[in-house]
Design a protein around this ligand. Structure first.
Ligand SMILES: O=c1ccn([C@@H]2O[C@H](COP(=O)(O)OP(=O)(O)O)[C@@H](O)[C@H]2O)c(=O)[nH]1
Ligand SMILES: O=C(O)[C@@H](COP(=O)(O)O)O[C@H]1O[C@H](CO)[C@@H](O)[C@H](O)[C@H]1O
Length: 212
């Protein structure tokens, strides 16, 4: 089975290189696509230099649009979704996401941070269905309504679609994995503002895609 990694990235120059290198080094991953979502920093150049195929969106359209762009161009049997701001990603984490789908144990995996940083572990324990770390059989996404407008509601939409279509989901625990929090990227004030905006984008997607 061939695997394409899809990595949405908005201003992630600090972490994109490490994430792309790790994914490129995984023997089961055939293609790595980074969707630079209107980044104003060196995200696209670093991703390209590290060996990813890079699609640059002209402006910042939101995570849902970046993911949809990746889905539209990804070839192969399985799509591996990873965030660009991961810290301490290992080849084992990628195995954990991919193998249950390759071995037909599940049709979609959702990776949940554990035994890493208290704050990011806690957030994912409370809302595992928001995780951006997933693997899914690509053909199962053929009929999904466009994710383009979902922004940070994209994971809610994916999870809800899986539930409605009896797609078998397996949660896998990704030890020690964490990401750079918004407050760390942007500072406390702008970070909190971005967090509130994210919650609003998630809430906006709830009525249409209510979690059962
Ligand atoms: O407008 C956006 C916002 C975020 N992202 C990407 O989506 C992923 C998750 O976003 P973020 O890091 O802000 O959220 P967190 O992981 O902190 O919840 C990251 O790879 C971001 O670069 C994106 O492509 N477009
Ligand atoms: O863990 C969370 O509560 C949020 C926000 O993380 P941070 O504010 O950056 O620590 O991140 C998750 O939810 C987002 C929206 O669904 C996803 O896009 C991220 O992939 C996921 O990590």
């Amino acid at each position: 089975m061939s695997v394409t990694a899809v990595i949405p990235a908005y201003n992630e120059e600090e972490t994109i290189g490490e994430v792309v290198s790790k994914v490129k080094a995984h023997k089961l991953v055939n293609n790595v696509i980074v969707i630079s979502d209107g980044s104003e920093d060196n995200t696209a150049a670093i991703a390209r230099d590290t060996g990813a195929e890079v699609i640059e969106l002209e402006s910042n359209l939101g995570k849902g649009a970046a993911i949809q762009t990746g889905i539209d161009i990804a070839k192969g049997d399985i799509i591996l979704f990873l965030d660009a701001d991961l810290l301490r990603l290992t080849l084992e984490h990628i195995d954990q996401l991919l193998l249950p789908v390759i071995n037909q144990e599940a049709e979609m995996t959702v990776g949940v941070f554990t035994a890493g940083r208290f704050t990011t572990d806690l957030a994912q324990k409370i809302t595992p269905f928001l995780s951006g770390q997933r693997a899914v059989k690509s053909k199962l996404l053929d009929d999904i309504a466009s994710l383009e407008m979902t922004q940070f509601g994209v994971e809610i939409a994916l999870t809800q679609y899986a539930k409605e279509n009896n797609i078998k989901i397996k949660e896998v625990e990704l030890q020690d994995l964490t990401h750079v929090m918004k407050e760390e990227k942007l500072g406390v004030f702008k970070g909190l503002r971005a967090r509130l905006k994210m919650y609003w984008e998630i809430i906006k997607n709830l009525p249409r895609n209510k979690i059962k």
